[in-house]
Design a binder for this molecule. Structure first.
Ligand code: ADP
Ligand code: MG
Length: 394
């Protein structure tokens, strides 16, 4: 990792503006899942222990550039106060006179959370004036810390713009992501196996192309496999298929000759429903009117066998419609297969893939679970992430 982190700078006595990802699910004014808040704790604790005052900023949901009580971060301030065991002040606006007064009052060890940055129209536009106002809250000795890897692919004011006005370094969560995901791009331990699934090829063409170059083998499952099977001229019935992407799939099959592995058997259903009739068939036996909703047991065995040799495994995208328990087995079996690997670095990225790993109860056996969905994919694709680019180099 070639970016400076909070360990590389002096934070004592400074006001530190920290971009966190507190985009958590709320229900009835309470935080339902605090995984993301907990993920920021090492950085916050470090800053507080080292004599900084902390000003936190985050977005939550997709308000339309103006205040919307549904997306207020106030419940997060309360939750964070419990986790930290200290008071967390809350500014009811991201910038403006109240936020300024509250920021001015901060003493070392104090914590202030700003209201949802997306309550201001300047956030998603990366408006320089909004960014300047945010940065000014940290004062002349201020520091910007980005610990929100999940939004690093967005050139927003609280992610990118503020770095125009303050020295910018990575927090620990950001550092961890860049270290693990970075190793996929530069000198992964080999064999390096990539497993890709999920709904569509079109969402992930860049990632597939990148991994076909970088990985030793690419295993494909999930809905995206259907378009590859169709490109091979197979009957896929009523499966989810992207007809527009068939030529692209054909090109990828050629480019990935010998490296790209598709399912050999699948679980098909007579309807898209949790209680559909189901059958396990070879990929050459999909009946018209039926649809592929999971990979089959022979495919699982084959993928597991290939992974056994791996030193690095990156997985993105469920192998089937795992939201329906009868069609979750392929996805859960791959999750367990990764969990069994003792010599390999295993990395899982993607919102649904991470949810699947948790449901399979093996999250603690995975080396790194990425907190970024879109950001992880763009990173693995080799695209520069704006929120990482602005951080100071070592
Ligand atoms: P991630 O969030 O991990 O990147 P995606 O969002 O790309 O993953 O894909 C997840 C979705 O793909 C899930 O909702 C799942 O139901 C769907 N999916 C997987 N396999 C199939 C399939 N065979 N047919 C239809 N949908 C599928
Ligand atoms: Mg998803």
């Amino acid at each position: 990792m070639n970016k400076k982190t909070i360990r590389d700078v002096n934070v004592q006595g400074r006001k530190v503006l920290v971009r966190v990802d507190f985009n958590v699910p709320l229900k009835d004014g309470r935080v339902v899942d605090d995984t993301r808040i907990r993920a920021a704790m090492p950085t916050l604790q470090y800053l507080l222990d080292h004599g900084a005052a902390v000003i936190l900023m985050s977005h939550l949901g997709r308000p339309k550039g103006s205040p919307d009580p549904k997306y207020s971060l106030r419940p997060v301030a309360e939750h964070l106060a419990q986790l930290l065991g200290q008071a967390v002040r809350f500014a009811p606006e991201p910038v403006g006179p109240q936020a300024e007064a509250m920021a001015r009052d901060l003493r070392p060890g104090d914590v202030l959370l700003l209201e949802n940055t997306r309550f201001h129209p300047g956030e998603t536009k990366n408006d320089p004036e909004f960014a300047r106002q945010l940065a000014a809250l940290a004062g002349p000795e201020g520091l910007f810390v980005n610990d929100a890897f999940g939004t690093a692919h967005r050139a927003h004011a609280s992610v990118v713009g503020v770095a125009q006005y303050l020295p910018a370094v990575a927090g620990f969560l950001m550092e961890k992501e860049l270290t693990f995901l970075g190793r996929l791009l530069s000198q992964p331990d080999r064999p390096f196996i990539a497993i890709l699934g999920g709904a569509k090829i079109s969402d992930k063409i860049g990632v597939i192309r990148s991994l076909l170059v970088r990985a030793d083998r690419v295993l494909i499952g999930g809905g995206m496999a259907n378009t590859f099977l169709k490109a091979q001229g197979k009957e896929v019935g009523d499966s989810l298929v992207e007809d527009d992407a068939v030529p692209e799939a054909r090109a990828l099959l050629d480019a990935g000759e010998g490296k790209l592995f598709l399912p050999v058997d699948v679980v098909i259903a007579d309807r898209f429903a949790v209680d559909a009739a189901k059958r396990v068939v070879s990929v050459d036996e999909v009946s018209p009117g039926w649809r592929i909703l999971d990979i089959g047991p022979r495919t699982v065995a084959r993928f597991r066998e290939i992974c056994r040799e791996a030193r690095t495994v990156f997985w993105n995208g469920p192998m089937g419609v795992f939201e329906f328990p009868p069609f979750a087995e392929g996805t859960f079996a791959i999750a367990r297969a990764l969990a069994e690997l003792e010599r390999a670095v295993t990395i899982v990225g993607g919102g649904d893939s991470v949810a699947a790993v948790r449901q399979a109860n093996v999250a603690d056996k995975i080396t790194h679970i990425s907190t970024g969905g879109g950001a992880s994919l763009e990173f693995v694709e080799g695209k520069p992430l704006p929120g990482v680019e602005v951080l100071e180099d070592r």
